[in-house]
Design a protein around this ligand. Structure first.
Ligand SMILES: Cc1ncc(COP(=O)(O)O)c(C=O)c1O
Length: 393
């Protein structure tokens, strides 16, 4: 059989429109993309496309670039590691950076109790492993999550995610023993009492508390719309967890590393989680995630039960050390608060001119603007699309 010659377009034909056509032909529509241009390079908060157009990057790779694109300290750390080794598989040949990073995370996360940390590659993988650890530690199966929450695109991630469209459609059945509670949202009339009452009902209707391993919650729902978990909710959950031997997991994949005006959103609350997941901005775009928790809980799975070929990749670990240094040296947590305050002030001022802008809320730099149709009082996806398009333009 003779191989077909590769068809390669001349360079001058590689433009946004041509790549768009090739993307549609070569990649599945399930991998949806938002922007109609293709990135050539990026620096700090700016991106240039393959046609030389320059943009401000409001997305930051979905909460991954709290230190900006290609921060010099990150580039230097990755380059230095690149010259030493790029992969050994930590479980086969361990390295110091992994251990030191675990020590740093254990010290930086809230609570003076003894902690341990394991590294993985994606946020969903951290969530999967948090569930495995919770089940192993409690010997129980049930996991309670929240509607509107997002925990990743793996099967357990989908099961925990409280949003059917687009994450669950056509992908079931999902792992069983997963239950959802309503997430308090003032603007939609859902209160903390509603959420805690639903928990009581769940214990009566669906699963007895002593079969529940963990409750998992995002301190600020990210994908769900930047809804902030009220402190009374966290206190209520902690009380229920303590009463029944249930573990409390904060999914800080999106809220961690300075996003909410604290290094971790958990610091906004006066109760501690037993387990935390983190990813995204922890390695500035290199693929790294972590599960940090009480030492005795983290030690429940037997050797070999946790890990992964690429889990805690040395380049990503080196990048994460640099991210933590930069956050400290450049006082990015304080900056997150300043930027958030500015954004809140500007958006709040705009409310008098834009009747559809019903609510502005935020914690640090996680600021949301929620649009309603002033005529019907219903949420307005159309208004959102118009604002997104204007921003993209
Ligand atoms: C709170 C939360 N958990 C889990 C995930 C999944 O992370 P990943 O996309 O890295 O698998 C996300 C991603 O947006 C997230 O926001």
């Amino acid at each position: 059989m003779t191989a077909k010659p590769m068809t390669k377009k001349p360079l001058d034909q590689i433009n946004n429109a041509a790549l768009h056509e090739r993307r549609l032909a070569a990649t599945p529509r399930g991998v949806g993309v938002m922007a109609g241009f293709y990135v050539d390079r990026a620096l700090n908060a700016e991106v240039w496309d393959i046609e030389g157009n320059r943009y401000i990057d409001f997305a930051g790779g979905i909460a991954v670039l709290n230190t900006g694109h290609r921060h010099p300290a990150l580039v230097a750390a990755i380059e230095a590691q690149l010259k030493r080794f790029t992969h050994t598989c930590y479980q086969v040949l361990p390295y110091e950076g992994y251990v030191t990073l675990a020590e740093r995370i254990n010290a930086l996360t809230p609570g003076s109790h003894t902690k341990k940390t394991a590294f993985f590659s994606s946020g969903a993988e951290a969530v999967e492993n948090a569930v495995k650890i919770a089940r192993s530690s409690t010997g129980r199966a049930g996991i309670i999550a929240f509607s509107g929450g997002f925990h990743g695109r793996t099967m357990m991630g989908c099961a925990l995610t409280g949003k059917v469209v687009p994450y669950k459609v056509g992908f079931g059945p999902f792992p069983s023993e997963v239950y959802h509670l309503p997430f308090p949202m003032d603007v939609h009339g859902v209160t903390v009492e509603d959420a805690l009452h639903a928990l009581e009902t769940l214990f009566k209707a669906d699963i007895e508390p002593n079969r529940v391993a963990a409750i998992i919650i995002e301190p600020v729902q990210g994908e769900g719309g930047f809804y902030i978990a009220p402190p009374e909710l966290m206190r209520g959950l902690r009380t229920v967890c303590d009463a029944h031997g249930i573990l409390l997991i904060y999914d800080e994949v999106q809220t961690g590393f300075g996003r909410t005006g604290k290094l971790f959103a958990a610091e906004h609350y006066d109760v501690l989680p037993d387990i935390m997941t983190m990813a995204k901005s922890m390695a500035g775009g290199m693929t790294l995630s972590a599960v940090c928790g009480r030492a005795e809980v983290m030690d429940a799975p037997a050797p070999g039960g946790l890990g992964g070929t690429y889990a805690g990749n040395p380049l990503a670990v080196a990048a994460s050390h640099a991210v933590i240094d930069v956050i400290e040296q450049e006082k990015l947590v304080e900056r997150s608060n300043r930027l958030g305050e500015k954004l809140m002030a500007r958006l709040t001022a705009a409310q008098s001119r834009v009747p559809a802008l019903k609510e502005v809320r935020g914690l640090g730099s996680m600021v949301a603007a929620e649009f309603f149709d002033p005529a019907t009082g219903a949420p307005s996806p159309d208004a959102v699309k118009r604002v997104q398009q204007a921003a993209l333009d």
